[in-house]
Unconditional design. Structure first.
Length: 442
């Protein structure tokens, strides 16, 4: 086959997460992205792998309101479908995964309460529209690490996000240059915005340490006509080579550097870099679902592994005899302790440490264990020790069904069965979902 030759084909099969297949002659080519029924142009990278270059004809499934950034933006996956169609499509992918891997049929799928304007946090990146061209500020283009889309009309965020992003982009255009990742020049790196359900907003401008005067920008930002209220403006300085927000120095310019949310009768302080579910509406459903699934745990000891900022530990553990969370990120543990103190939960405590190391010699006998690991799933070194607690019920909350399936197989080999399994669409317009699984001893 001639090098760089492109091929056309129709996507005839799909898998979770966001995998598609085209049959080309005798080869079944696996690719990232694409929708069932699309005619695509692609290029082989190996005998059975390829990259989609562009969509030639849309699928019969694409019957939704088209996002103006659909073709370029890499932030979403299913913007071309109605939400009803998207839900059915994602459920089909999930059903296929669980049936093939665990012989479980017909998984219960819960849609998000909102599919527009649901995100409470966005991290935008500064770049230029083309080399030495106008400033761009938004999300990365599909499969393009250095190129950024001006996401003027993003529909998964509140309009306040779009207004703040547009104002920031227009203000700095022609004044300061974006940070260049190869040459390590320029000033502007990221814009982080958080908004709670009450309409309070934090704005964090991330720049390099190179000298510049940002006072006028910060002053004008405070008077921006938006629906919500900017309660905090932060300036973060970062010269790290990583394409991420590394808070080498953080300056509070105005107001405060945190928001609060109320869930299940408790209040949670969310600092600038704290982890918190990006869909607050759906998070309320998730936490109530977890609480109802695990049932009454009064007079029981709860152990929450990978506890993060302790939201689940507190919501479920507030009625327990004692609740203990283990989390390796120090800032998250500090936030969890502060929130527990603020909520008056004297029975809830947190340990800062690695789950594998801390569970080896833990002087604590749990009656119920909750596991909510990162996308990588449970550390393979730790899973046997976790099962060795031999509690009656394990509640596993996962944002990655692929690693969840891998871990569930080990639990099942050790004598546990799946009692309840539900999927919640925590991330509309993307292929991500949240899964809640209750396991009991056979």
């Amino acid at each position: 086959m001639r090098k760089n030759k492109t091929i056309e084909g129709i996507i005839s099969e799909v898998d979770f997460p966001n995998k598609s297949y085209v049959v080309e002659k005798e080869d079944k080519i696996a690719m990232k992205g694409g929708l069932l029924g699309q005619k695509v142009e692609f290029k082989k990278t190996r005998k059975t792998k390829g990259n989609i270059l562009r969509v030639l004809e849309r699928s019969h499934l694409e019957d939704g309101e088209f996002c103006p950034h659909l073709e370029e933006c890499g932030g979403c996956t299913y913007q071309s479908m109605t939400y009803e169609r998207e839900s059915k499509y994602k459920k089909m992918l999930i059903d296929k995964l669980f049936e093939e891997e665990l012989n479980i049929k017909g998984v219960e799928y819960l849609p998000s309460p909102f599919y527009k304007g649901y995100r409470n946090k966005m991290e935008y990146t500064f770049s230029d529209e083309y080399k030495d061209g106008p400033l761009s500020l938004g999300l990365h283009k599909k499969n393009r690490f250095y190129e950024v889309v001006n996401t003027d009309h993003c529909n998964i965020v509140h309009e306040d996000f779009n207004k703040i992003r547009a104002f920031t982009r227009d203000y700095f255009d022609g004044k300061l240059k974006p940070y260049h990742k190869i040459r390590h020049t320029g000033h502007l790196r990221h814009l982080l915005i958080r908004r709670n359900l009450e309409g309070e907003i934090l704005v964090n401008l991330v720049t390099t340490w190179a000298e510049a005067d940002y006072r006028e920008y910060f002053d004008k930002l405070q008077n921006l006509p938006i629906e919500g209220e900017i309660v905090g403006i932060i300036h973060t300085l970062n010269d790290s080579s990583a394409d991420a927000i590394i808070p080498e120095k953080t300056e509070l310019i105005y107001g405060r550097d945190y928001l609060t949310e109320k869930i299940e009768g408790l209040e949670f302080k969310i600092s600038l870099y704290s982890f918190f579910q990006t869909n607050t509406h759906s998070a309320k459903v998730l936490y109530k679902l977890a609480k109802d699934t695990i049932g009454n745990i009064e007079d029981m000891n709860l152990l929450d592994l990978y506890s993060g900022t302790g939201t689940i530990t507190q919501i479920i553990g507030q009625k327990s005899k004692r609740a203990l969370g283990i989390e390796i990120v120090e800032e998250a543990v500090e936030s969890a302790r502060e929130n527990a103190k603020m909520n008056g939960l004297n029975n809830v405590q947190f340990i800062c440490g690695d789950v594998f190391e801390e569970t080896k010699n833990l002087d604590y006998k749990p009656d119920v264990v909750i596991i909510d690991p990162p996308r990588e799933g449970i550390n393979p070194r730790a899973i046997d020790k976790i099962i060795d607690f031999a509690v009656e019920n394990y509640l596993y909350i996962s944002c990655n069904p692929i690693t969840l399936v891998r871990d569930l197989k080990i639990f099942m080999e050790r004598g546990y069965k799946i009692k309840e399994l539900k999927i919640l669409d925590q991330f509309p317009r993307t292929y991500h979902v949240e899964t809640v699984v209750l396991m009991s001893r056979e």
